[in-house]
Design a protein around this ligand. Sequence first.
Ligand SMILES: Nc1ncnc2c1ncn2[C@@H]1O[C@H](COP(=O)(O)OP(=O)(O)O)[C@@H](O)[C@H]1O
Ligand SMILES: [Mg+2]
Length: 226
Amino acid sequence: MADPVIQLDALRKYYVMGEFTIKALDDVSLSIDHGEYTAIMGPSGSGKSTLMHLIGCLDTPTEGKIFIDSDDTSQLTEEDLAYLRNAKIGFVFQQFNLLMKMTALDNVMTPLMYAGYHLRERRVIAEAALEQVGLSDRMKHRPNELSGGQKQRIAIARALVNNPSIILADEPTGALDTVTGEQIMDLFEEINQQGKTVIMVTHDPEVSTRCRRTINLRDGRIVEDL
Ligand SMILES: Nc1ncnc2c1ncn2[C@@H]1O[C@H](COP(=O)(O)OP(=O)(O)O)[C@@H](O)[C@H]1O
Ligand SMILES: [Mg+2]
């Protein structure tokens, strides 16, 4: 039975640049069910990151609607949106986006602070998340003392720590070598098998074959959804 966690209805995102208008997304409608594992592909500039930002409620569309768990996000206040992002969505980026002065553990504890957990609980939950991604022995290290794959594992632990139902990953293996990239893909597969909806932007056809659904974008439009 269809059980959509994300519904996009005729989304458009336009950027007006002087006399030009860039149609980063141009009439995108899409439904993603709970537990799906979806790859977003397409050439550079086709609108992949824009789409991820909109799904993650980090940005608002020029036109169209985004429903998360049937909530029309255009009707939510900034405060509600911040809550939704923190509680339901975990982000993983190509360049990790870690806080470089903080240890792995502190990086992973940060979202829990915004969620209102006390220090002791934050530590217990963050340690468990780092353990899940195989980094128990690197908790006190800072990101620049770790490899690319280890940094991405911290970022994944941070994305998981609030137990979100949706994981959005924008080219998470783009800065990693092939072998490390495959290990990170194994981790995403495991996360999906635990019931989370995973949406991943990738350039790599190898990566997309591991996803059950592949959506191809071109010039801001869906040209294929297999
Ligand atoms: N903040 C912005 N201002 C103006 N144009 C933008 C902005 N963000 C993205 N774009 C443009 O929108 C299009 C889609 O960008 P993006 O979603 O980043 O593509 P992709 O992730 O597929 O490479 C591109 O033409 C890009 O230049
Ligand atoms: Mg991009």
